[in-house]
Design a protein around this ligand. Structure first.
Ligand SMILES: Cc1ncc(COP(=O)(O)O)c(C=O)c1O
Length: 478
C-alpha cells in the first residue's frame, strides 16, 4: 500500500466508525501531516482519494467535510419469479452481449470483466515468456485430464482462505468456470430435470440449462441475504429438484453475500432433501475485507457440493483457467470433462500456478480489491446523482458489479437500443432471468478506471432513463 493509501484508509475507517460524522470538519492537511508523519503532498493525495470516493468534500476557505453516507438507502427489491419450472429463453440477448464484448467502438458499461491494466498483473506476462524459454518446457503436450498437479496444489492452498480443506486430487482443472458449471450440471441431471436457481442468476448457467434441456425453477432472492431458504424449502417439497445452483458470495448480478449461518442452513436443507448443490464461487476472492467469506463447500461433510471457480475474474478471462471440486461426483465429472474438452490447455495452467506460488496473486488481489472498493463508492455516487430518484442500488462487499433497479417505466432492452446511438451499452436485467424478467434492471461494471468520460457515460444512461420515465408519465396522462 502506498503512503497516501494508508492515510486514506485510516481516515476512511474513522469516517465509517462514526469518529468523524456527517458535516464534521476533518483535520487540516497540516494536522494530518503531523499526526501521521507524512508529507503535504501525501496528505493532499489521501484527501483527493476520499473526495473521489465521494466520502468527503472540500469547501472553499473552510477545509474538508464529511459527506452524507453513500450507502444506498434504496436497495433493489426481493425478486418474485414465476413459481414453476421454466424453459429458458434469452439466447439472442446473450449472443448480442457476447458479440459486444470485443466491440471497441462502444463503451461497455455492463461487461463482466475485471480490470486487466493493473501493474500487479504484469509478472504474468514475464512468467509466460519464461515458461517458453525454460529447457524442460512441456507446454505443447497434453496435460493430465484432471489438470496440472502444480496448479491443483495452489488451488488447494488458496481454498483454505474460504475454510475449505481440499486435497489437490479433489480438484479438477477446467477451461474456465463455465466448463466447471457445465460439467456439474451434466454430471447431475438428465434432460427434462428441474434445477433450482437464485434469481436473478448468471445467464451463462441459464444457457447451460437450456442447452441440456433442463428447466429452471427460479427462487425469490433477497438483495442482502440471497436465495430465500423458506421459498426453497417449499419448492423442494413441491418439485422433483435435481440440483440447487447458487452464487452465494458477491453474487453476479445482485451483489449480495449470503451470511455464513444461511450458507450452513442451505447446506442442511440440501442434505435433508438429499439434493446436490452447485456452488459458483468465481468472485469469492474479490473480498473488500479479510478474511474472505466461507463457501458452502466448507460445510460439506458428505460430498454433495460441487464447487465451481476459476481465475477469470481475478487474473484474466482470456486464460480460460477454471476449476471444479466435484466432491462425491468425481468419477462422473472426470468423464464429462473428457467428453467436453479433454485436458485443458497446459500453458495457462502452468503460468497461473507460478503466479500464485510466487505470491503475485495475493499481491494483485490486495491491490485490485482496494481499487474496486473505492470505485464501488464512486460508481454508487454517480448512480445516486444521475439516475431517476428511487432507483434501487446494490451494495456489494466484493467484486466489481453493481445492480440497479430503475422505475418500472424503464425497459433496459429499449434503453440499450437508444444508448447504441451514443456508443454506450449496459447489461440489461432480462439477461439474468429464465423468462426475461428484470427488464427495468441493469448491471454496471466499476472495475474500469473511472475517468470523467466514464462519469459522462453514466450520466447519459441516467438522463436517458429519466427521459423514458417522463415519456411514460406523459403517455399515462393522455
Ligand atoms: C457467476 C459467473 N460464473 C461463471 C462465469 C464464467 O466464468 P469463465 O469466464 O471462467 O468461464 C461468469 C462470467 O461472467 C460468472 O459471472
Amino acid at each position: 500500500m502506498t503512503r497516501y493509501e494508508k492515510v486514506a484508509t485510516v481516515l476512511r475507517e474513522r469516517i465509517e466508525r462514526g469518529i468523524y460524522r456527517v458535516d464534521d470538519r476533518l483535520p487540516s492537511i497540516r494536522a494530518v501531516c503531523k499526526e501521521m508523519e507524512v508529507s503535504i503532498s501525501t496528505a493532499q493525495e489521501a484527501y483527493r482519494q476520499l473526495m473521489d470516493a465521494a466520502l468527503i468534500e472540500s469547501r472553499p476557505k473552510s477545509g474538508y467535510f464529511v459527506l452524507p453516507s453513500r450507502v444506498p438507502t434504496v436497495l433493489p427489491s426481493v425478486s418474485r419469479p414465476a413459481q414453476r419450472p421454466l424453459d429458458i429463453s434469452q439466447w439472442d440477448q446473450v449472443l448480442e452481449l457476447i458479440a459486444t464484448q470485443r466491440d471497441d467502438s462502444r463503451l461497455l458499461l455492463g461487461r463482466g470483466v475485471p480490470n486487466l491494466d493493473y501493474e500487479t498483473l504484469k509478472p504474468l506476462s514475464k512468467i509466460l515468456a519464461g515458461l517458453h524459454r525454460s529447457s524442460d518446457f512441456n507446454g505443447f503436450n497434453y496435460d493430465k485430464l484432471n489438470g496440472s498437479p502444480e496448479l491443483r496444489q495452489q488451488v488447494a492452498k488458496l481454498a483454505v482462505a474460504s475454510n475449505c480443506l481440499l486435497h489437490p486430487d479433489d480438484i479438477l482443472i477446467t477451461t474456465g468456470c463455465q466448463e466447471a458449471l457445465a460439467i456439474s450440471l451434466r454430471t447431475l441431471t438428465q434432460p427434462g430435470d428441474v434445477v433450482a436457481v437464485d434469481s436473478p442468476s448468471f445467464y451463462g448457467t441459464m444457457q447451460i440449462l437450456k442447452a441440456n434441456g433442463l428447466k429452471a425453477l427460479e427462487i425469490p432472492t433477497d438483495p442482502q441475504t440471497g436465495i430465500s431458504l423458506e421459498a426453497l424449502e417449499l419448492a423442494l417439497e413441491q418439485w422433483p429438484i435435481r440440483a440447487i445452483q447458487v452464487t452465494p458470495t458477491f453474487n453476479n448480478p445482485l451483489g449480495y453475500t449470503m451470511p455464513e449461518a444461511r450458507k450452513r442452513a442451505l447446506f442442511q436443507l440440501a442434505q435433508r432433501f438429499d439434493v446436490a448443490i452447485i456452488e459458483d464461487d468465481i468472485y469469492g476472492d474479490l473480498a473488500f475485507t479479510q478474511p474472505r467469506p466461507c463457501t458452502i463447500k466448507s460445510f460439506d461433510d458428505d460430498g454433495r457440493v460441487l464447487l465451481c471457480s476459476g481465475f477469470s475474474k481475478t487474473v484474466g478471462p482470456g486464460l480460460r483457467v477454471g476449476w471444479l471440486a466435484p466432491g462425491r461426483y468425481r468419477d462422473q465429472a472426470l468423464h464429462m470433462k473428457y467428453v467436453s474438452t479433454g485436458a485443458s490447455a497446459t500453458l495457462p495452467q502452468l503460468a497461473v500456478a507460478e503466479f500464485v506460488a510466487k505470491g503475485y496473486y495475493e499481491r494483485h488481489l490486495r491491490y485490485a480489491n482496494r481499487q474496486y472498493q473505492r470505485q464501488r463508492d464512486i460508481m454508487i455516487s454517480w448512480v445516486q446523482r444521475y439516475f431517476p430518484e428511487g432507483s434501487g442500488i446494490s451494495y456489494p462487499q466484493g467484486s466489481f458489479l453493481l445492480w440497479v433497479e430503475l422505475p418500472a417505466a424503464v425497459d433496459c432492452v429499449r434503453l440499450n437500443e437508444r444508448l447504441a446511438q451514443k456508443k454506450l451499452h449496459v447489461a440489461p436485467g432480462s439477461l439474468f432471468s429464465a423468462s426475461g424478467k428484470f427488464r427495468q434492471c441493469l448491471r454496471l461494471n466499476y472495475a474500469f478506471t473511472l475517468t470523467p468520460a466514464m462519469e459522462d457515460a453514466v450520466r447519459s444512461v441516467g438522463e436517458l432513463a429519466m427521459k423514458m420515465v417522463e415519456e411514460a408519465n406523459q403517455h399515462a396522462a393522455y
